[in-house]
Ligand binder design. Sequence first.
Ligand SMILES: [Zn+2]
Ligand SMILES: [Zn+2]
Ligand SMILES: [Zn+2]
Ligand SMILES: [Zn+2]
Length: 371
Amino acid sequence: MAEALQSSLNNMLESNDSAKAEKTVPDGVETAISLVNFTGNDIEEPPFKKLRTNAHDRSLSFEDRIRPILSCCICLDLSTLSLFQCPNGHLMCSACFHHLVADCMLKDQESACPNCRCKISKRNCTRNLAVEKIISELPTTCAYCTHTCPRCEIKYHESETCPERPTVCEYSLLGCDWIGPSHCLTSHMTSCEYPKKTGQQLLDTIRIRKQKYDAEKTYLETALDLLLIHEIDANDISLTPMHTDDFSAKLYFETSHFKALECEWKVRVCINDHTSHPHTTSTRWLSYQLVLESNISETIKLKFFISKGPYSNLPALKFQPIISHFEFNENNTETEYIKLPISSLECNQILSSSSMKFRFWIIREISTASL
Ligand SMILES: [Zn+2]
Ligand SMILES: [Zn+2]
Ligand SMILES: [Zn+2]
Ligand SMILES: [Zn+2]
């Protein structure tokens, strides 16, 4: 198996040369493009040139020579995530790919492959499963000891079998905060004081745990109560990109009008709280706002929240909905922006899709006692 892998990789090394000979973009142009697009700073050598030098240095080990060929062409790292390729086969790790497409979305530009400048989008780029599998077979070293094994096995080693992996005391649930290498656990267990403590001495730890458990229970009960209320509406919303009409146009997303609880509404999503140039910051976040579009004469008290929904562009996205409260009246028709509890990477993944899809829940508060 190892031999077969090595020979197919050697073929890849050879065919990489012929692929480069067919390139339509001259090396100099490619270099200039890479510099302009990815660094903005002076760097010693462009990433592409680095790749080629390493791959042909026969004094390096086989793994070290194929590493740059299989690396992401933007961050030059071997991906631990999924790996995308442009229509011409240039590889980008998931984080860099989504960041690049999201950046261009924020700058209102079309995204292009950093190597060949062909247009890239979620629609025309595919994952390269073969390279993902080859990377998972490459050797790597444990973060805690000197053990080396294939990348696909390292997680199991580091979490289950490594003698140096950080381990907590078996009585950590009762409050012991000892953390040490796994091979020292047995000697700690013989001297740990926690099994000898009295119930009275353990009460504080148990009290803190109970508070946390009670808070989670209350949250679930509130959510269940809300779902049992008659006046509740769920809408599968789709937000499309728009631009503000001020001097430096800012990107935001908006739904068309939708009906819920006999009123018309829309939802707006902004990026990094409408800061001027979100593409210049590496951390991204999304916030949403509920806007009442109907005229009303009486105050409406609402609870509302946003959840993933069945048509999400990100099947793996997970977040716990945050329930918000607002009183709408003639003068108060827009809520504050509420931050979505998602990571910067997930934010880029959403931004790199052509639209955002969520499920939006609106609940009328009838009496506060029942909620
Ligand atoms: Zn990358
Ligand atoms: Zn390309
Ligand atoms: Zn180890
Ligand atoms: Zn202990």
